[in-house]
Design a protein around this ligand. Structure first.
Ligand SMILES: O=C(O)C1=C[C@@H](OP(=O)(O)O)[C@@H](O)[C@H](O)C1
Ligand SMILES: C=C(OP(=O)(O)O)C(=O)O
Length: 450
């Protein structure tokens, strides 16, 4: 959605210390799932703290197109009156998921075992991303997919009229693939099994249980096995969405690299399948503390406090941690630029098929900022220049990628010269209040046009 407007150039320059409290928006992964599972339940699900970013708003529209009653009651307050598992109606229009891989892939899963047909599209970024990873397992349920070459959008899915359950091993670490299979399995009779070698974010499993589905998980020799019993009646829920750790990463990392900063980021979801960045920052020597640790709505939550950290050291980030911080590598590579020594990020090939090729986007932009980086197909190494050592002074391409845009703006807040991103528009997909929130902390952000 955001990508259709004119480019919004934005520049970040060094400011005084960043100080105060940063109330980041609701978790994007949990927001999508709240709407989709709400639409598959019987009765009214109430949601508080929904992320009102473009990605999630596109999912809300899609759920209405499949027949759910979706209502907005006030900031973050939504309700969804669901149609039940197998109750989706056929949309009359093409479903436009904008910039959102999660949205399109989970919705394809949710509709693939109903006897309906739907056509999906998205912006230029989403239209370039691979969908075969979803349509391969959906085919095993009996669904058929007709897309562009290479399994790209626009794509039509003809749902299975007589779905069979599936036993599937995910070929890549992907919560989107796992979730698409589980959502499809909801309307297949019997047990659908998904095995993943590396555990990815488990919001779908947790939330399915919350909605009353039978979901068993166990560790096996092959990894992590999830067994879902099909055709449950999902019960509507009252959901409070925790705040997004992937959004919290930006003010946290900004505080770590901007001299004198001290920022509190309250109520952050710290599900262990999402918290890899914070562990990594601590391993590098960041002054990061978790306060008031507690559990809310089945998810661990804490207040994060981040202070300027001039003694950061580069590390080898364990590849097995990749799934738990997959969206955080762009901002980690900025922090790594201000550390002493090399930070090696291995096992990260999935970054090449996100909203942009994130290894290439960060490598090109960081080099333009004067940082030495090396890349292979599957790894990314940043040679840190120490605090105060990053020249900056670059124009970085956002490539329709919110995380790339925010990462380079944070870089500009601590570099010696300002950093400009060619289009900050995509930030609205996941963090629509980023600009105001960072300004309130004291950051200097200037729009050059748009
Ligand atoms: O399931 C989800 O909500 C997500 C899964 C991840 O994608 P992959 O499944 O492609 O790793 C992540 O990058 C994305 O931002 C959100
Ligand atoms: C990869 C991301 O999102 P999606 O796959 O949903 O587009 C992200 O938010 O960093």
């Amino acid at each position: 959605m955001s990508s259709n407007g004119p480019a919004q150039k934005m520049t970040a320059r060094a400011s005084g210390p960043l100080k105060g409290r940063a109330d980041v928006p609701g978790d994007k992964s949990i927001s999508h799932r709240s709407l989709i599972l709400g639409a598959m339940a019987v009765g009214e699900t109430r949601i508080a703290g929904l992320l009102e970013g473009d990605d999630v708003l596109d999912t809300a529209k899609a759920m209405a197109a499949f027949g759910a009653e979706v209502e907005h009651h006030g900031p973050g307050e939504w309700s969804v009156r669901g149609v039940g598992v197998g109750g989706f109606g056929e949309p009359e229009q093409v479903i436009d998921c904008g910039n959102s891989g999660t949205g399109v892939r989970l919705i394809m899963g949710a509709m693939a075992t109903s006897p309906i047909t739907a056509t999906f599209t998205g912006d230029a970024s989403l239209r370039s991303r691979p969908m075969g990873r979803i349509t391969d397992p959906l085919g095993l349920f009996g669904a058929r997919a007709f897309g562009r070459d290479g399994g790209r959008l626009p794509m039509t899915i003809v749902g299975a009229s007589d779905p069979v359950p599936v036993d599937y091993v995910t070929p890549m670490a992907s919560a989107q693939v796992k979730s698409a299979v589980l959502l499809a399995g909801l309307n297949a009779p019997g047990q659908t099994v998904v095995t993943e070698r590396v555990a990815t974010r488990d919001h779908t499993e947790r939330m399915l249980r919350g909605f009353g589905a039978e979901v068993e998980t166990e560790r096996t020799e092959d990894g992590h096995r999830i067994v879902l019993t099909g055709q449950p009646e999902l019960k509507p829920q009252t959901i409070t969405v925790p705040r997004d750790p992937s959004s919290a990463a930006f003010p946290v990392c900004a505080a770590i690299v901007v001299p004198g900063s001290d920022v509190l980021v309250p109520n952050i979801g710290l599900n262990p399948t999402r918290a890899g960045l914070f562990q990594t920052l601590q391993d590098m020597g960041a002054d990061l503390t978790f306060e008031n640790e507690r559990e809310e709505g089945g998810e661990p939550v804490a207040d994060l406090r981040a202070r300027y950290s001039p003694d950061m050291k580069g590390i080898d980030v364990p590849p097995e941690r990749a799934a738990s911080m997959i969206d955080e590598y762009p901002i980690l590579s900025v922090v790594a630029s201000f550390a002493e020594g090399a930070t090696v990020m291995a096992g990260v090939h999935e970054l090449r098929v996100k909203e942009s090729d994130r290894i290439d986007a960060m490598a090109v932009g960081l080099r333009a900022c004067g940082v030495t980086v090396d890349e292979t197909e599957d790894s990314f190494t940043v040679h840190g220049m120490g605090p105060g050592g990053v020249p900056g002074g670059a124009l970085a391409e956002a490539r329709l990628d919110h995380r790339i845009a925010m990462s380079f703006l944070i870089c500009g807040m601590a570099a010696n010269k300002p950093v400009t991103v060619d289009d900050a528009g995509p930030i609205a997909t996941s963090f629509p209040i980023f600009e105001q929130l960072m300004r309130d902390l004291g950051a200097q952000l200037v729009r050059s046009n748009g």
